[in-house]
Design a protein around this ligand. Sequence first.
Ligand SMILES: [Zn+2]
Length: 141
Amino acid sequence: MSGRPARPDPDERKDRILHTRIPESLEDAIKVKAQRLRIPVSNLVRNVLEQTFQLVEDVVGDGLEIAHVARRGAERVREAATRPVAAGIYGWQELILDRDERCRDCGRELDRGEKSYRGVTDRPGTPVFLCGGCVPKSPRG
Ligand SMILES: [Zn+2]
């Protein structure tokens, strides 16, 4: 089996053409991606649509999981909204603590000798610390 969803209905084998308006930037992105993958643009679009629908079906199929994910997402939004504004923090510097501290975001106690992240700021004030689980991750992962 390939990675594509099964097509049990024989009528679905007859391909149809679907016209849609998309922004120029999206068209450019699709063309660049298709070129990189060395596949026709139409194949890329079809694959993305099929995979997206399969993903949605998988997620909706497990209502409990989606409710859990949604609740967790709402909690994160609420935490971010109610968190005291990080006063001018422009980075997080990894360090080994030489005293006990507390993670600003989750409240976990950070023990002396533990790896932690200190908010680097250009403003005076009490330093803030984060644990490894709360430090913002690099967009590259
Ligand atoms: Zn934390």
